[in-house]
Design a protein around this ligand. Sequence first.
Ligand SMILES: [Zn+2]
Ligand SMILES: [Zn+2]
Length: 448
Amino acid sequence: MTSDDERPRTPEGSGRPGARRVLPGLATLLPATTELYLDLHSHPELSGAERRTAARFADWLAEDGFHVLRGIGGHGVAATLSNGEGPAVLLRAELDALPVAERTGVPYASTVTVPGPDGRPVPVMHACGHDAHLACVAAAARWLAAGRDSWRGTLLVVGQPAEETLSGAVAMLEDGLYDRITPPDVVLAQHTASFPAGMVAHADGRVLAGSLTLEVGFEGEGGHAATPHLTADPLLAAAGTVTRLSTIVARETDPAERLVVSASSLRTADAGHTGNMIASRAVLHVTVRAFSEAALDRAALAVERIARAEAGSAAMPPRVTVARSSRSGVTLADPDVTAAVRSAHVAAFGPSRVTGWPATSATEDFPLLTGAGAHLHGRPGIRGAYWMLGAVGPAQWAAAPGTGAAEKFRSLPGNHSPRYLPSVRLTLETGTTALVTAALARLTDRAD
Ligand SMILES: [Zn+2]
Ligand SMILES: [Zn+2]
């Protein structure tokens, strides 16, 4: 990508509606992009420990002439390419992987393990596609750096740590991200999902749910399992809470509203691991997903009310504590920015490769980087667009059981599965093109 002949130009259509447009210069970018992806995939790092991943990403951007800052909010990377007057557009990707043992069987599968808190090895895998997001952002950054004659403004690139723990965006912002780079006008991101590679999907309004995790503690007198009448038995109150939690959705929530309340773990502490002891403490984790802040708060209050009522019904009531942690906001697509990005994608891919996206109960800390995080960065005017990137290759799609798309979606391994396997070429090609065309739609928008 050094000679003028190979320099990327603004993509142009063939004039036929629905025809596939190819991003000029993409083919020359793909070998290095693929190499980066395969390297990241076979060297995954857990949230907060993304040292090597961050270094590779930062080095790539420095090579393309970006001014690169490292170590923001942990291993966060922020890079700037100034190219005259115009809007500032930020492309964001995540650095972290998951504690999952890969079972894809591909030659580049991760065999990485790291020592866990108890000393036992913890397997690590890029099971959420963040390696693909990084490779696509890296390729898009390289394309836009080489093709800077075709746009004006400031291109910003962020490699965010610890998305899976919903702590990386807040850490970067609290470490002064937007004081250390030009604050963006628009933030763009994409996420791989289990629909055909080669396609992108846009939501109207709500893209992903907001979430809240609650830790509910029950504490009281433990004792001998043969004399339960002398104990408070905190485990019983916790178990009663688990079975009653489903009523928050089934009996307290309008059927038209989408809400998820899941008891995700229950464990006992303090001598609770032997068969003849009743533990003095039980800890229950509950995850709530909803599409409004009010619904999250209402569900959290309901969890607390049920826990206290279950405990209170005992002859010797255990004490109840409720702590809220790792909250994330609803990911909303800004209507104007999303419309512009969607049009750019239709122009680039043709209408048959751009589809709709029904809001899902997965969650993200992406909204904090937009105006929704103004309580952290003081800039309510930052707008965001977030789209989904198909990652299932044609052979995997054809082999998935089911006749229609809905049946296939259910049977394909989704994000966080040990068998999650994005199709390399199609995902990288489409993801890079989607980012470049989305960025150009803003960077060449003089009215902004
Ligand atoms: Zn994930
Ligand atoms: Zn993810």
